[in-house]
Design a binder for this molecule. Structure first.
Ligand SMILES: Cc1cc2nc3c(=O)[nH]c(=O)nc-3n(C[C@H](O)[C@H](O)[C@H](O)COP(=O)(O)O)c2cc1C
Length: 361
């Protein structure tokens, strides 16, 4: 693995990439990528929550090498890291989602493409045909637009539809407001070469009044597994089971929607309990270390999604930067699997984590 340098020295962690990206990105792109909602309490807590968990390693288990393989939505994958859907990646780098997909392909990582991606699904599939890919859905009031998106995803090798449930309207995002970040403005932002397909006022186009019946309808209309993203309660997790979802993503949208909600890390155990193995549970928010991934898996997640760090890698070095960010995380994951004594993902369990003494108030 080559190690990039920047002013503060070599980039050896995801946080290093964050620092370097913040130094490089134009202010408006930085506000869009790194910002959160309200007082950014949930944004900060997404990171803090993983650190409130301690690891309880076992020694002399004979686990000298790591086996990171997992099964997600019925497919065997070499590791449990998935790239979260993030809109307008061209704000971070002109090659946008195509570069993200190349970095994903190089590390056998699944990419979940946003409805609001700078690169349309068919173009992404043509550019990086071998990448494992999921398609995130915002449901438009004009159901024709949504039907077309689903048909495109089905025709171009996307393996799952990820319905985002926690963005009926945009959260109150101070940093975006301060820097006048709107898709239309962002597309003209310095250094950005965004070719937006979505209408500039796409918020007005999104159906803000979706219900669980829409999830059931979607599940009945496609052969692809439907994943509901943005679940924070056991009750909603049960409803996802009852309405045909194949999985849920426990997520607070990277702290960008409703502030002062639970982090993915804190909401995860109740959701895992509630679904009782009926459907799969994924989690995102604040995953920055291999140890965070181990904690998520130990608490019952099948896989994790990673958002901002991928955009930081993209901003620093395009596809190669994305690849290096993912390699760093996967390398840390492998190390943590050996050092916890688990070796394989399947050997992780609730005993691997406990409330951290340093987090007691
Ligand atoms: C810049 C940015 C754009 C995002 N756009 C979308 C989106 O279009 N659809 C979606 O479901 N989630 C979106 N999200 C939320 C991510 O999918 C994910 O839930 C979140 O980033 C995970 O937290 P992390 O950034 O701390 O890893 C976005 C997040 C960021 C940072």
């Amino acid at each position: 693995m080559t190690t990039l340098e920047h002013d503060a020295g070599p980039l050896v962690s995801l946080a290093d990439y964050g620092q370097a990206a913040r130094a490089r990105l134009p202010e408006r792109a930085r506000a869009y990528i790194d910002g959160g909602a309200g007082d950014e309490t949930s944004l900060a807590d997404n990171l803090a929550a993983w650190n409130r968990l301690a690891l309880a390693p076992r020694v002399l288990t004979g686990a000298g090498t790591a086996d990171t393989a997992v099964t997600v939505l019925g497919r065997r994958r070499p590791h449990p890291v998935i790239i979260a859907p993030t809109a307008f990646a061209a704000l971070a780098h002109p090659d946008g989602e195509t570069a993200i997909a190349r970095g994903a392909d190089a590390t056998a990582t699944t990419i979940c493409l946003s409805t609001l991606a700078s690169t349309p699904p068919a173009a992404l599939a043509a550019a990086v045909p071998d990448v494992s890919r999921w398609c995130q859905l915002y449901v438009f009031r004009d159901r024709g637009v949504t039907r077309e998106l689903i048909a495109t995803a089905e025709a171009h090798g996307f393996e799952a539809l990820v319905l985002t449930a926690d963005r009926p309207v945009l959260g109150v995002r101070g940093r975006e407001r301060r820097h006048d970040v709107r898709p239309a403005a962002a597309s003209k932002g310095p250094g950005a070469a965004v070719n937006l397909r979505a209408p500039a006022d796409f918020s007005a186009q999104i159906d803000a009044a979706l219900t669980w019946d829409d999830v059931a309808k979607l599940a009945s209309q496609t052969a692809l597994p439907v994943v509901v993203k943005g679940i924070l309660s056991a009750h909603d997790a049960r409803l996802a089971c009852a309405h045909g979802a194949a999985a849920v993503v426990v997520s607070n949208h990277g702290g960008r929607q409703l502030d002062t909600v639970l982090s993915g890390a804190d909401a995860l155990p109740a959701v895992v309990d509630a679904v009782a193995g009926e459907i799969e549970v994924l989690v995102d928010g604040g995953i920055r270390r291999g140890t965070d991934v181990v904690k998520a898996l130990a608490l019952g997640a099948r896989a994790v999604m990673v958002g901002r760090p991928v955009l930081w890698g993209l901003a620093i070095d395009g596809a190669a930067g994305v690849q290096r960010v993912l390699e760093l995380l996967l390398d840390e994951l492998a190390t943590a699997l050996v050092l916890t004594g688990a070796g394989a993902v399947g050997a992780l369990g609730p005993d691997t984590v406990l409330p951290a003494p340093w987090a007691r108030s």
